[in-house]
Write a protein that binds this ligand. Structure first.
Ligand SMILES: [Zn+2]
Length: 198
């Protein structure tokens, strides 16, 4: 029986992004070796986070308290929305400290495999927000990959008739790179020199 539980753990770990079967075995063994200080707290943390974390209806960010701090803040700029793929990108922008506006987290990118579709972009929500908050600028901060750029164009087309300034991160974002891997200064420079997409 013990073997079954262990195998189940290894199988689950191997489903994490970037983790193959052999890494999964190594991680499982490491957890077992560090049961008190890592394995049990990790299990507890996963359970608690799963129970408490929610997606903000407004911006799509994940948080325990909703609406999120940025959505309900009085000091953040309301007329600019930066569109990002996921929370890791929000964390990268917040870490760099260059951006003071709002976010719209889409949670994925359009892909040929169709496991993320235009419906999933929640563009109607974005449109509502733009109208309600008199948004003037949309910054597309999506990865410089085919999926990222396809998604950016679909969003641009959707918003085309709304009389907005639509910009995209500029130099400093190497082709094929993901936003949250950029260092703070590169991200800051890319934001500063963003260019018109409309
Ligand atoms: Zn929010």
């Amino acid at each position: 029986m013990a073997q079954d539980e262990l195998q189940k753990l290894i199988n689950l770990i191997s489903r994490l992004p970037g983790v193959g079967p052999r890494s999964a075995q190594r991680i499982a063994l490491y957890l077992i070796k560090n049961k008190q200080e890592l394995m049990l707290p990790l299990g507890e943390s996963i359970k608690e986070t799963a129970a408490k974390v929610r997606k903000c209806e407004i911006c799509g960010m994940l948080d325990v308290n909703l609406p999120t701090k940025i959505c309900s803040s009085d000091t953040r700029i309301k007329n600019t929305i930066c569109i990002v793929e996921d929370m890791a990108d929000v964390w990268a922008f917040e870490r760099s400290g260059f951006y003071k506006g709002q976010y719209h987290v889409i949670g994925g990118l359009l892909s040929a495999s169709k496991n993320f579709t235009e419906q999933d972009l929640r563009l109607h929500k974005l449109k509502e927000r733009i109208e309600k908050n008199k948004v003037e600028e949309i910054i597309l901060a999506l990865s410089a990959t085919i999926e990222g750029q396809t998604t950016a164009l679909v969003i641009r087309d959707y918003l085309e008739k709304m009389n907005l300034k639509i910009t995209q991160l500029a130099y400093g974002v190497p082709v094929g790179s993901e936003i949250h891997y950029l260092d703070d200064n590169t991200l800051g420079a890319a934001l500063e020199s963003r260019k018109n997409l409309s």
